[in-house]
Write a protein that binds this ligand. Structure first.
Ligand SMILES: Nc1ncnc2c1ncn2[C@@H]1O[C@H](COP(=O)(O)OP(=O)(O)OP(=O)(O)O)[C@@H](O)[C@H]1O
Ligand SMILES: [Mg+2]
Length: 388
């Protein structure tokens, strides 16, 4: 492989800003694939795939459409201007069904042709119109509505809930998969007790260390680049389970190695990759971080408190307590701050003037905090490395 070929491969393998399309580059998520498979197989069952920003929801949805060969898939991306009719219009247009018919006459050859589905020609449609579209269709069809969180319109959410219930009761060969950012299913589609039995909730969390490691090792193997365990560990630790950062770091690490005409990652390659990953992080993350830690006064603790927040152990909802921040703060610095000062700093970081990088949860006494943008965790760790 020459340099140009290697660089081209690097751009193909690492896509920090685009979901995975190629099944060979998709790692892990076996449990999620299994859960979706069982929903498809169970008649009348549908699912919601929800989770935080950037954990890999769209990539999983893309892979699912390729994995199950005996099913016709249609995946659409919702946006803010969509309503119930427009999302179904997009979904239905993408469904291409192959029909077979025997010719009339002696030769009786089988002929295949494609049919497309159509929505009724009226301004507003509802659940029963969708039921009618699929009434005489016997193919197994999976319809994925990605970025469903961008739909704010309550009517669309309610109609979607009605549709899921109607299809579940009457048309068992259709599976709907709703995908989007949310802490729970209610945030995405609203509260609908009637859906409880037919709508499986599949939560997408950050990648495990094993999954991230297998992505790095896979990619480096393809590129024939050697990477030492300590650098691999750092990539995984800094990525914090966010594949966006794993891709970003790996892309710059391997580019530096190729630019240097070698096959082994050194500390220098890694340090430079950290710098480039910070520069290439989302604008919103960089500006929020800057605003959160900036101060005219020399004596301010915001930078270290934000760092302690990124390092603090969290519960299953990504929440951490003041005590956890205090513990990390005292390990990171020798400043020996009191709990009241940490509390003050945490409170300030929830305010607009500090870019609201934290969110407060629970009442006094049981207050917990979380990073508003979970990707901030990875960014802050990169900043710390860069400062050392
Ligand atoms: N299983 C995986 N293996 C390797 N890379 C992955 C995997 N899942 C996601 N990625 C990478 O992680 C990044 C984020 O993935 P993706 O866009 O699918 O996340 P998302 O949850 O849909 O994000 P958003 O909340 O912004 O819609 C992309 O760079 C993608 O290539
Ligand atoms: Mg997505």
């Amino acid at each position: 492989m020459n340099r140009e070929q290697k660089l081209e491969l690097i751009y193909n393998i690492f896509s920090p800003s685009a979901p995975i399309e190629n099944i060979d580059l998709f790692v892990g998520r076996h449990m999620h694939v299994e859960k979706i498979k069982s929903v498809i197989e169970e008649r009348g069952e549908h699912a919601v795939l929800y989770g935080g920003r950037g954990v890999g929801k769209t990539s999983l949805a893309n892979i699912v459409t390729q994995l199950f060969k005996n099913i016709t898939s249609s995946k659409i991306t919702c946006n803010r201007t969509d309503d119930f009719k427009s999302i179904w219009e997009k979904a239905v247009t993408k469904i291409k069904l192959i029909k077979k018919e025997n010719e009339i006459g002696f030769n009786k050859k089988e002929i295949k042709y494609y049919t497309r589905l159509r929505l009724p020609n009226k301004d507003k449609i509802d659940a029963s119109d969708i039921e009618n579209v699929f009434y005489n269709i016997f193919d197994n069809i999976l319809i994925i509505f990605d970025e469903f969180d961008s739909i704010n319109d309550k009517e669309t959410k309610n109609k979607m809930a009605d549709t899921i219930k109607t299809l579940s009761d009457n048309i068992s060969n259709i599976t709907i998969l709703i995908v989007g950012i949310g802490n729970n299913v209610n945030q995405l589609i609203g509260k609908h007790p009637s859906l409880e039995r037919c709508l499986k909730q599949i939560e997408m969390t950050e990648m495990t260390k094993e999954e991230s490691a297998s992505f790095v090792m896979n990619s480096m193997n393809i590129l024939k680049i050697d990477i030492k365990q300590n650098i691999l560990d750092k990539i995984i630790e800094y990525s914090s389970g966010f594949p966006h950062y794993t891709h970003l770091l790996c892309k710059f690490v391997s580019k530096n190695v190729v630019d240097d005409n070698t096959n082994t990652v050194t500390e220098n390659h890694f340090n430079f990759a950290v710098k480039k990953s910070i520069e290439n992080s989302d604008h919103s993350i960089r500006t929020a971080y800057k605003k959160a830690i900036s101060s005219a006064k020399k004596k301010n603790q915001f930078e270290d408190v934000v760092l302690a927040c990124a390092m603090a152990s969290t519960d299953e909802n990504n929440l951490f307590s003041t005590d956890e921040v205090l513990d990390k703060f005292n390990k990171l610095t020798t400043k020996g701050l009191k709990k009241e000062s940490i509390n003050y700093n945490l409170g300030m970081l929830c305010k607009k003037e500090r870019a609201e990088i934290l969110e407060k949860h629970g009442r006094s006494g049981k207050t917990k905090y979380k990073l508003k943008n979970p990707l901030m965790k990875a960014f802050v760790k990169l900043k710390l490395h860069n400062k050392k």
